[in-house]
Write a protein that binds this ligand. Structure first.
Ligand code: SF4
Length: 345
């Protein structure tokens, strides 16, 4: 096997090697890349998207190797949806999601014991561990993303059931408030008082995304004064007070669409991950676009060109030791919850 000094190579040499290997592998390799990735990775994307879009394409690809450039729970979703003979990789297995880490299966099961199982349907945001998705699949529940959360809450409530929502408190409250639901309560692994919990229509897990909780009402005030003509659009993982004083909320794909569909000269201030906002800015030079505040997801940013090259070299050498593995038991149950979402959205 040829020794390659990847660390000693220039960025251009690394990019050249990635292109060569991708070209040699051709349609055998497929690279879905999340919108929050750095440009150095986006340049190699076969498709870019948010988690819902990437879940859909990962389920349909014929490629033998899926190299998922995002965070670990996304690579897990690709693994769960892809046929068993496919191999799924992520260039850095330590690119986790702090929001997902808020809900461990042990803590969730402790709370679940106190809920009326005939009434409550668990919904987990896609930003969760595979075990939580499996728990939902096993209990007539489903997965959601920020673009379809309201629709899936309505589906549960329309079936005269109640929502047990995991793990993002902000998305849970923002979705409930948008639907006019005020009788929600918040729980987590430390909750000890469950009195009256089964009278609530929505029970929400107390996790949050450190990247989106950075935005404050003061940031909104600052931009209102500085750019009074600008529309302020924020992701629903932002805190409810920020959502309330903003003009609009949108999922990552929704924000992209709103900006791209707006006329030349439009002015936008955007409250979401910085890599994505900066790219939108470059792609829409005829519009004013500014981040509500600089907030980078360091986990998304762990995926770098040299790690990608190492992954592709391993694939070419037939070394699958680093592939993403989800047990068949967890996969089967989680797939039920993900497919329910895909059918309903
Ligand atoms: S932006 Fe937030 S929710 Fe998304 S991967 Fe990073 S930590 Fe997780």
């Amino acid at each position: 096997m040829e020794y390659i000094d990847i660390e000693g190579m220039s960025d251009e040499e690394v990019d050249g090697r990635i292109r060569e290997i991708k070209a040699r592998l051709g349609s055998r390799v497929f690279m879905p890349v999340h919108h929050y990735q750095r440009d150095e990775i986006v340049q190699f994307a076969d498709v870019t998207g948010d988690s819902l879009q990437l879940s859909r394409v990962s389920a349909k690809t014929d490629a033998e190797f899926i190299v998922f450039c995002g965070v670990y729970f996304m690579a897990e979703i690709a693994r769960i949806l892809a046929p068993p003979d496919k191999h799924v990789f992520i260039p850095d297995k330590y690119a986790g999601c702090p929001l997902a880490d808020y809900a461990s299966i042990d803590d969730v099961l402790k709370v679940w014991e106190h809920l009326d199982h005939d009434d409550f349907i668990p919904i987990t945001y896609a930003n969760s561990h595979a075990e939580i998705k499996a728990f939902c699949g096993e209990n007539n529940g489903l997965v959601c993303t920020s673009s379809n959360a309201a629709k899936l809450f309505n589906w549960v409530l329309g079936n005269l059931k109640k929502v047990f929502f995991l793990p993002d408190v902000n998305l849970g409250i923002n979705t409930s408030e948008a639907l006019g639901l005020k009788d929600y309560t918040i729980v987590d692994g430390s909750t000890s008082d469950f009195s009256g919990i089964n009278d609530k229509n929505v029970v929400i897990w107390n996790g949050n995304c450190p990247i989106h909780r950075v935005f404050t009402i003061d940031h909104v005030r600052y931009w209102r004064e500085k750019e009074p003509e600008a529309k302020i659009i924020v992701h629903p993982e932002c805190t409810p007070d920020v959502v309330k004083v903003s003009d609009m909320t949108g999922s990552t794909a929704g924000i992209k669409r709103a900006v791209e569909d707006s006329p030349a000269g439009s002015r936008w201030v955007i409250g979401t991950e910085l890599n994505f906002v900066e790219r939108l800015k470059r792609q829409n030079p005829d519009k004013f676009i500014a981040p509500l505040e600089d907030s980078i997801c360091m986990n998304m940013s762990k995926i770098r060109r040299r790690k990608l090259l190492k992954t592709l070299i391993r694939i070419e050498n037939g070394d699958y030791s680093e592939e993403v593995v989800v047990s068949s038991e967890i996969s089967e149950k989680a797939r039920i919850a993900i497919n329910r979402m895909l059918e309903l959205s």
